[in-house]
Design a protein around this ligand. Structure first.
Ligand code: MEV
Length: 305
């Protein structure tokens, strides 16, 4: 009997540089120990998705059709079943994880394995179904995991970080799901209306990414925390933060974080904090009713599949 065709991908956390990365600035991100798995089974008629996290809507139908075309399959006669512990709509990369895992599962069903750059190129195209101007950073984290510096391009420049120590992070999830697409489009409209102001803000974000990268590599958690705080202030100036994010960031700092900021698309969603005692911080935020995870982000990019 043929084994079922499966593909897996990870959730992601952007440490520094979201949004500015869309405009060519560097960013720092990592895979999370959260997993999404897609499995292809036999089905009748047009291909469809079964998932308790993702609606089988027109965008998902397009994702399946385009992923199938990329590996030479007809988009009919199968079902893609998804199991996921990556929360959707909070900025930890559920759309990219879905794109990478579905693409890998369909490639396996077609008896193919895409090489890394092809896989990332197709997955970034698939991600643009969910938001129109993806930098491609989310599919890289979903596909490769580990901690890396990223600059967009065709192909992107991906530099795994050499970390002195794993980075002790807490991710706290906001209660209100929000749309990365809306945040990215809103910023694009503001950038088009006032380019010099936004380009200067993106340059300032790039400087915090460089500071934070050096701090992460040296294991200087206090300096990494300062870079998080500076990046959060710039994200507020870019107009992609939200009052509930700022309240959560303040709460994390008061409870022992060395720095905290929104992560991903923003406008609500998740917050990432660096803390010397991440379990204690997670417990303090958990006592306030927040859902949290602790992630010790590792040194090298590794295959999540
Ligand atoms: C979304 O996780 C990160 C953004 O920078 C968009 C992107 O890079 O594609 C907001």
């Amino acid at each position: 009997m043929k084994p079922p065709a499966r593909g897996r991908a990870a959730g992601k956390v952007i440490l520094l540089g979201e949004h500015a990365v869309v405009y060519g600035r560097p960013a720092l991100a990592a895979g999370l120990p959260l997993c999404l798995e897609a499995e292809v089974g036999a089905g009748e008629g047009p291909a469809r998705l079964e998932s308790d996290r993702h609606a089988d809507d027109a965008r998902v139908a397009r994702l399946i059709a385009e992923a199938a075309a990329a590996v030479g399959l007809e988009p009919r006669g199968f079902v893609v079943r998804v199991r996921s512990d990556v929360p959707a709509g909070v900025g930890v990369g559920s759309s990219a994880a879905l794109a990478v895992a579905v693409l890998r599962a369909l490639a396996a069903a077609a008896g193919r394995r895409l090489v890394r750059d092809d896989e990332l190129e197709v997955a970034t195209r698939l991600e643009s179904i969910f938001h129109g101007h993806p930098s491609g950073i989310d599919p890289v984290a979903a596909a490769l995991g580990g901690c890396f510096r990223f600059v967009r391009g065709a192909p992107p420049t991906i530099t795994p970080l050499r970390l002195a120590v794993p980075l002790p992070l807490v991710i706290a999830f906001g209660a209100r799901p929000r749309s990365t697409g809306a945040a990215v489009m809103g910023l694009r409209a503001r950038w088009e209306a006032e380019r010099p102001r936004y380009e200067a803000l993106f340059d300032a974000v790039a400087a915090t990414v460089e500071d934070g990268t050096r701090a992460a590599e040296a294991g200087d958690l206090a300096a990494l925390g300062r870079a998080f705080d500076q990046n959060q202030a710039l994200l507020e100036a870019l107009g992609v933060s939200a009052p509930e994010v700022e309240a959560l960031v303040a709460r994390a700092r008061a409870a022992g974080a060395l720095g905290a900021k929104l992560t991903g698309g923003g406008a609500g969603g998740a917050v990432v904090a660096v803390a010397p005692e991440p379990e204690r911080l997670a417990a303090a935020l958990g006592a306030d009713g927040m859902r949290t995870i602790v992630a010790q982000v590792g040194a090298a990019a590794e295959e999540a599949a």
